[in-house]
Ligand binder design. Structure first.
Ligand SMILES: NC(=O)C1=CN([C@@H]2O[C@H](COP(=O)(O)OP(=O)(O)OC[C@H]3O[C@@H](n4cnc5c(N)ncnc54)[C@H](O)[C@@H]3O)[C@@H](O)[C@H]2O)C=CC1
Ligand SMILES: O=C(CO)COP(=O)(O)O
Length: 335
């Protein structure tokens, strides 16, 4: 089994380590020469994972054709909004039977497509050749080889199991399922809820508020997911509740930190500048709301996050906007 990981950011580098530690031969493609040189020479990626020593078996290159040569697994770890352009360039170099794996947790602006849909459309491959990895997987903790679990999903069980074997290491336990839609929506919506939690943290609100946002965020995620055809059980699992709890609880989360900066009074542009890494919620809130409208799913927390990001609602008024909504039974559908 040979893997190419395309994208040497925090999660791409960490997942490449997981693959190498699971005895899968892996080459990582980095956009910047200094990152590839540092991975090859020092076994480090100080830009994204300072202080972490990567496996010596992990090879890096800036030559995407070399990384893709003979790859059985092509792991895509750029950002949601750059995937289509990158993959358009890479598609002619991808081996014909390779499984394409998305690590990304976002929705494409404009098309409102999930990452697996962008991959199928751009690379011209069937769903049986596209898998996703999603779960409570804060890169830094996994890079430190702290025990974690995740979900690898593909509509084709055989492909899901193959990916599972390729990334099952001593500290990383992947489960498989066939619910690609549920896993992708879980990963995307939890980033938006984590942003809301970040705002709450910055405002000094306590655990009741956080638990409320997490629980109602889960309801929101499941409502959209079920309307789009996901398996409801996914949202009770690692790619749903698991990732939501990890991201909303962790100061390591870039999406939560983004919310904290907004809560401290920074503008959206200033907050993004502070993060210096990808915070997918900053863009994915818009296509998620479009999907919510299209599929008739009510997503009040996402609406409030969108209003704050676009400057239509102040952070000071955000909690009140949620609390003042009309009273409802706890369980209701998307009507
Ligand atoms: N960091 C984490 O803990 C986790 C991140 N993810 C998801 O993984 C995806 C990647 O995130 P990270 O690696 O954390 O982000 P990052 O900000 O650490 O790295 C982004 C990577 O994308 C590359 N990139 C950006 N624009 C590009 C372009 N136009 N062409 C080529 N490469 C480009 C950058 O060079 C960098 O390697 C995101 O969708 C994120 O939500 C998922 C699970 C965990
Ligand atoms: O997806 C993640 C954890 O599972 C990482 O979250 P952030 O992108 O918010 O850092």
């Amino acid at each position: 089994m040979k893997a190419a990981v395309l994208g040497a950011g925090s999660w791409g580098t960490t997942f490449a380590q997981v693959l190498a530690d699971a005895d899968t031969a892996v080459t990582i493609w980095a956009r910047r020469a200094e990152i590839a040189e540092s991975i090859n020479g020092l076994h480090m990626n100080p830009r994204y994972l300072p202080g972490i020593t990567l496996p010596s078996a992990l090879a890096a290159t800036t030559d995407v054709a070399a990384a893709l040569d003979g790859a059985d697994l092509v792991v895509l770890s750029v950002t949601a909004q750059t995937l289509r352009a990158c993959l358009t360039e890479w598609t002619p170099l991808i081996p014909p039977d390779a499984l394409l794996v998305s690590l990304m947790k976002g929705i494409e602006l404009g098309s409102c497509k999930r990452m697996s849909e962008v991959i199928m459309e751009t690379a011209g491959v069937p769903d049986s050749r596209v898998a996703v990895v999603s779960g409570p997987n804060l890169a830094r903790e996994i890079a430190e080889r702290q025990m974690a679990a995740s979900v690898v999903a593909c509509t084709d069980e055989h492909s899901a199991r193959m990916l599972q074997r390729a990334c099952h290491s001593g500290y990383f336990r992947p489960y498989w399922n066939t619910d690609v839609i549920g896993c992708e929506l879980g990963g995307t919506v939890k980033n938006i809820i984590a942003l809301a939690v970040g705002i709450a943290v910055a405002l000094g609100l306590g655990d009741n508020t956080k638990a409320t946002l997490i629980t109602r965020g889960l309801a929101e995620m499941a409502r959209l997911g079920e309307a789009m055809g996901a398996d409801p059980r996914t949202f009770a699992g690692l790619a749903g509740m698991g990732d939501l709890v990890a991201t909303c609880s962790s100061p390591l989360s870039r999406n939560r930190r983004f919310g904290e900066y907004l809560g401290q009074g920074l503008s959206t542009a200033q907050a993004l500048e502070m993060i210096t890494q990808t915070a997918e919620s900053a863009t994915s809130y818009a296509p998620v709301l479009e999907l919510a409208r299209k599929f008739g799913a009510e997503m009040p927390i996402t609406e409030v996050v969108a209003a704050v990001i676009t400057g239509r609602l102040s952070v000071a008024d955000a909690a009140a906007a949620l609390a003042a909504r009309s009273a409802k039974p706890e369980w209701y559908g998307s009507e």
